[in-house]
Write a protein that binds this ligand. Structure first.
Ligand SMILES: [Zn+2]
Ligand SMILES: [Zn+2]
Length: 356
């Protein structure tokens, strides 16, 4: 359920008065009086305080790199493009398929998968005024993950493309790879398990699984098993992105990495299918939030009730794009995506963009 922003603000002011004082104190302390928060920014910060977020109570002291900097705000002299120091992940509602758009600290961005070829991702990116993707990951060559990528290459500038060495013959994955190869100035890589990806100094990205070498014919049958699995860590909180990895991969990950798989947020594997999100994996990941990207009424029966039960038993709060639409995670707090916010920000984004 969405609450009216006006009602939320009123409640916040009364109930969060002391929190407001602390906020001012922290802001001054952290930024040495350098940043003077605009009234609207303060209001947004207050609103963010109201959310009874598991992150606040469980994480202890706030990581200083993203304290209460509202998404879309900017430091003096900087274009109001992305929230500097913040991390926002959008689990984009692309119907039956996966696409996660990430605003990284410092204004760079990343995109993991492009959803099916239905134009939904392109529309989302256009509404946000996105003109370039710094880091593009194609987890594996299935249409519900790469179908939207040709249009990304056609309309946006892509800096880095991370691919897995799996040819899904007979699909349009060749087209995506041809477009990647033709992109001016692009760096194409096939990350290996254990690799770290350089997505900026404020985040850590570790690859847990992929197919960095050409697959044999037998292995080629399981395209999902070649999914690039990676963990993004920012300010002591982490998100595990699993593509469509299934139980065979999960078993290997648990054996190889164990507790290193621990993550606050899980992008649930394979749209919540029964053969992903095994109890063994969930015991190691122990996610507090689980995001399932899935199309309403899809023919695969995703997500499976057994999977939902396992996630709930693991203590995860579940969010699904088929029920809630695009869902976001801003500075580690879950929130529904509002078009109002996007439109308002788009104006500022557009103004900042023209200078680049
Ligand atoms: Zn797949
Ligand atoms: Zn899929």
């Amino acid at each position: 359920m969405r609450k009216s922003p006006a009602v939320r603000s009123e409640n916040v002011v009364t109930r969060q008065h002391s929190a407001f004082k602390r906020l001012i104190g922290w802001t001054a302390l952290l930024l040495g009086g350098w940043l003077i928060m605009a009234p609207s920014a303060v209001a947004q910060s207050l609103e963010s305080l109201k959310d009874d977020s598991p992150w606040l109570s469980a994480e202890g002291p706030f990581p200083s790199s993203f304290d209460f900097r509202p998404s879309g705000s900017a430091l003096p002299g900087e274009p109001a493009k992305f929230s500097t120091g913040s991390l926002t992940v959008y689990f984009v509602d692309v119907g039956q398929g996966d696409a996660q758009y990430i605003e990284l600290p410092g204004g760079r961005n990343a995109l993991i998968d492009g959803g099916p070829p239905n134009g939904k991702l392109a529309e989302f990116l256009a509404r946000r005024g996105v003109t370039k993707i710094d880091h593009l990951v194609m987890t594996h060559p299935h249409l519900d993950h790469f179908g939207g990528l040709p249009s990304v290459f056609d309309s946006l500038q892509v800096g880095n493309f991370y691919d897995t060495m799996m040819d899904n013959a007979g699909t349009a994955d060749d087209l995506v790879r041809a477009k990647a190869a033709a992109e001016p100035g692009i760096a194409i890589s096939y990350p290996r398990p254990g690799d770290s990806l350089d997505w900026g100094q404020d985040v850590k990205v570790k690859v847990f699984s992929s197919c960095p070498d050409k697959q044999s014919a037998e292995r080629a049958r399981d395209v999902n098993a070649c999914s690039i699995v990676l963990k993004l860590t920012h300010a002591n909180a982490s998100i595990l992105f699993t593509g469509d990895a299934g139980e065979s991969v999960e078993g290997r990950l648990v054996a190889e990495y164990g507790d290193e798989l621990s993550a606050d947020v899980l992008k649930v594997g394979h749209h919540g299918s029964a053969t992903s999100s095994t109890s063994a994996l969930l015991e190691k990941v122990r996610p507090r939030l689980a995001y399932i990207e899935v199309g309403a009424g899809n023919s695969y029966g995703h997500p499976r009730q057994t999977t939902l039960d396992r996630l709930l038993a693991a203590g995860a709060e579940i969010h699904r794009t088929d029920l809630e639409g695009t869902f976001t995670l801003t500075d580690h707090r879950p929130a529904p995506y509002t078009e109002t916010g996007a439109s308002a920000e788009k104006v500022a984004v557009g103004a900042g963009e023209t200078a680049r």
